[in-house]
Design a binder for this molecule. Structure first.
Ligand code: ADP
Ligand code: MG
Length: 353
């Protein structure tokens, strides 16, 4: 008799559920740090410091001067689906914060060791909070700190053996991806100072990114990529429709970059860094008409009504749906065709000199 007994259906152990779900929000080092940086931006920080130890493998910490977390919230801070940003589903339509699901801190608890130090303007001293893997507050003590919040995660993925091994093996690549992501925030976050440092070996600390918190995209590009790169860019201002526009900078037709590495193309929707493979492909394709030897640098921010796009598509919110994608792409194509048509190729190289 080859028939198999029907297996019993059981609930998965709660701790395991946490890890399964958490694995979807926090895919890797850069998505982990991204969530923390976005929390700092949501908290109104004007200065955000990202501090890594051994490229983030040992520890990463995000320190901000935002509004801090009120003591009433300490107990529920790291519980799944607890958020101060979204109360009801329709609120998603008018979302202005990066976060909304209340999953990042609970996921980070499940995947590593999480501690928080925080102080609001109403407290004279800060509090140091320790959480366990299910997001429960396990320890609370007073400490000294300026107003704001520091979140520290140690040993990310150490309780997922395969992921942990993979993380270790790919640490340099993961780190590169993180720096590129931080560059995206450094470009778009106006008036926010970003500093990132990495400490290796015997306390050798190197600053890998440092911005001034300027108010303009132009200044941010110069800080991140340097003046010589900036002089090779042309500003773009494209009106797609009554309520959709694109602004940013693109390579002048003679001055692309030799490589087609994703690290020189940045796309944003209402200031949120996102992946836009179709737009990237379009820009590359039309640029080719003017310059077949190189690839363009692209920094493009789409401003659209919040109700016309959906960021609630993937757990990491890097994917976005436009309600009107076809016509947006078509208008963009027409505008780029003009920019890269032979008759328009004679931009003055010294435009910014
Ligand atoms: P979400 O950002 O989706 O709300 P998170 O798990 O990332 O979910 O954060 C949970 C809550 O913790 C936030 O809604 C916010 O109230 C608070 N919080 C997290 N990080 C910070 C921070 N750096 N400063 C102030 N509040 C924070
Ligand atoms: Mg968040």
């Amino acid at each position: 008799d080859k028939s198999v007994d029907s297996p019993t259906i059981r609930a998965i152990n709660k701790g395991v559920v946490h890890r399964i779900c958490a694995g979807q929000v926090i895919l890797d080092l850069s998505s982990a740090v991204k969530e923390l940086v976005e929390n700092s931006l949501d908290a109104g920080a004007t200065c955000i410091e990202i501090s890594l130890k051994e490229y983030g493998e040992e520890r990463f910490q995000v320190i901000d001067n935002g509004c801090g977390i009120s003591p009433n919230n300490f107990k529920v801070l790291a519980l799944k689906h607890h958020t101060s940003k979204l109360a009801d589903f329709p609120d998603l339509q008018s979302l202005t914060t990066f976060g909304f699901r209340g999953e990042a801190l609970s996921s980070l608890c499940a995947l590593g060791d999480l501690t928080v130090e925080t102080r609001t303007k109403n407290e004279l001293v800060a509090t140091h909070l320790t959480f366990d893997h299910s997001g429960q507050l396990t320890d609370e003590r007073k400490t000294a700190r300026q107003i704001g919040t520091s979140v520290t995660v140690k040993k990310l993925f150490s309780n997922l053996p395969v992921r942990s091994k993979e993380f270790h093996r790919n640490i340099r690549k993961e780190y590169g991806k993180l720096i590129s992501l931080l560059n995206a925030y450094a470009l778009i976050a106006k008036g926010v100072r970003l500093v990132c440092s990495n400490t290796t070996g015997k306390n050798v600390k190197s600053v890998v990114l440092k911005t001034q918190g300027s108010g303009s995209l132009k200044d941010n590009i110069i800080t991140v990529f340097g003046m010589s790169t900036f002089t090779c860019l042309e500003p773009v201002n494209i009106c797609i429709s009554d309520n959709c526009k694109v602004d940013g900078f693109l390579s002048k037709s003679g001055h692309g970059s030799g490589r087609n590495l994703g690290d020189r193309q940045f796309f944003f929707v209402n200031g949120r860094p996102v992946d836009m493979p179709k737009v990237s492909k379009l820009v590359n394709e039309l640029y080719k008409g003017a310059n077949s030897r190189q690839y363009p640098i692209a920094i493009m921010n789409f401003t659209v009504p919040t109700r016309a796009c959906d960021v609630n598509v993937t757990p990491d919110k890097r994917k976005i749906f436009f309600s009107d994608e076809g016509s947006i792409l078509q208008s963009l194509r027409e505008a780029l065709e003009k920019i890269y048509s032979p008759s328009h190729v004679s931009y003055s190289v010294n435009r910014f000199a």
